[in-house]
Design a protein around this ligand. Structure first.
Ligand code: APR
Length: 392
């Protein structure tokens, strides 16, 4: 099998890259180890930056966001028994964020790729990458126990945190930056009408909590928990008691309770792999970086990487110029370290770390008060939350 760009992984990064290349007349093949139904149904992130929504609209993928997406202008931080909202729409002169679940993004992309007759191989794990130092790399894969190979000009690892592509970069040329947080999030989906339309964060001494609207009748909720905690340790009563304690403030609507339909624990990590390219191999999305969910940057960073890479590959084929390709890793890492800074900084600010001294806890409170109570603090949060510019 032969194509111009071999893409490993049919998550948001792989599908978006394939779609963008197709619009420029550049061929690609996506090789995905899971079944198509599984890829389309995975529940993940749910907040899109302004730039991601603009990108999808400009690529003809904005229709369902217009129908189902919930535009957000403000986020409410609750601490000290009070509400401290930041109107990021106002602070940035009109930039928004949208609640639009990742599986809907994947569905939009999968529909577009299928309609265009894209070559997508599902249930086909990639087993090895060869020749990435030369001009004709080969992607080896297996389908029903039968080995196959894809010859291409470029290989893009969109295979997520547990993928194989970054391991094809020689260890002596790679550097891993990693931080594992001493807590996790218990994610909850409840059949309860969201009491508040804004994303609401509870920064409580007992631990962090979040409430966001998933649909007008479904609420997405999170509770800080132990990193190795189990959903079985959390009865419905314990969940609602903790959510009320960490999110409710006097004088404002309390969160609505309802039937809990989903519970799951997510570990928290900040991870960055450098460089994001080697020879004809490029990494995009979770294959190169992981952020804690505070700040909602995982999906949006994957889209930013792909926007830079698609432009660079198009420049290679259309003008025979490779300076954007040569600068891909540096361009993405410059932005990604700012995203890591924002996500890790928020994560540290809003969670309670066991054993922290009173000094550290008061510093956290001062950080929250500065971020929500000053123009500079609100502007800095708002510029980052609605999305930093993408140098594409
Ligand atoms: N061969 C083929 N496919 C693979 C392999 C492999 N060896 N290893 C992993 N994959 C596939 C996975 O099955 C998955 O479908 O790569 C895909 C990676 O998709 P994501 O993990 O969604 O990563 P990405 O596209 O970068 O999107 C990042 O997804 O995980 C969330 O929080 C994350 O919101 C962020 C977004």
């Amino acid at each position: 099998m032969r194509t111009q760009v071999g893409i490993i992984g049919a998550g948001p990064a792989g599908l978006m890259l394939s779609h963008m290349l197709h619009l420029e007349g550049i061929s690609s093949v996506i090789i995905e180890r899971s079944a198509q139904e599984h890829v389309q149904s995975r529940l993940r992130a749910g907040v899109l930056e302004q730039g991601t929504v603009e990108m999808m609209r400009s690529l003809g993928l904005g229709e369902r966001i217009g129908q189902l997406g919930l535009e957000q202008h403000s986020i409410d931080f609750r601490f000290g028994g009070e509400s401290h909202p930041i109107n990021f729409h106002e602070a940035t002169g009109g930039r928004s964020a949208w609640v639009y679940p990742q599986h809907e993004v994947v569905k939009d992309l999968m529909t577009a790729r299928s309609a265009a007759g894209a070559r997508m191989l599902f249930e086909t794990p990639v087993t090895a990458l060869e020749g990435i130092d030369g001009p004709t790399p080969v992607v080896r894969f297996e389908k029903d126990g039968v080995a196959g190979e894809l010859h291409c000009d470029f290989v893009v690892g969109c295979d997520g945190f547990r993928g194989i592509s970054r391991h094809a970069i020689p260890a002596q040329k790679a550097q891993v930056h990693d931080r594992i947080y001493p807590f996790g999030w218990l994610g909850i989906l409840a059949e309860a009408r969201p009491a508040i339309k804004d994303i609401t964060w509870g920064c409580h001494e007992d631990g962090f909590a979040m409430m966001s609207i998933r649909t007008p009748s479904i609420t997405r909720l999170y509770l800080q928990c132990e990193p190795d905690d189990s959903p079985d340790n959390w009865s419905d009563d314990r969940i609602w008691a903790a959510l009320h304690k960490r999110l409710d403030v006097p004088g404002l609507p309390t969160i609505n309770e309802g039937r809990i339909t989903q519970k799951g624990v997510t570990a928290m990590r900040s991870f960055l792999f450098e460089p994001m390219q080697h020879g004809r191999l490029f990494l995009a999305g979770d294959a190169a970086h992981i952020v804690p969910p505070t700040g909602a940057k995982g999906l949006n960073s994957a889209m930013a990487d792909v926007k830079v890479l698609a432009r660079a590959i198009e420049r290679h084929y259309k003008r025979g110029a490779d300076e954007l390709l040569e600068r891909y890793s540096a361009t993405c890492l410059k932005r990604m370290w700012l995203v890591q800074r924002f996500s890790a900084g928020l994560c540290t600010m809003v969670h309670s770390f066991a054993g922290d001294s009173s000094f550290v806890r008061r510093l956290q409170r001062a950080d929250l008060e500065y971020m929500t109570g000053t123009h500079a603090g609100r502007l800095q949060f708002s510029e980052n939350f609605t999305g930093l510019p993408v140098d594409a």
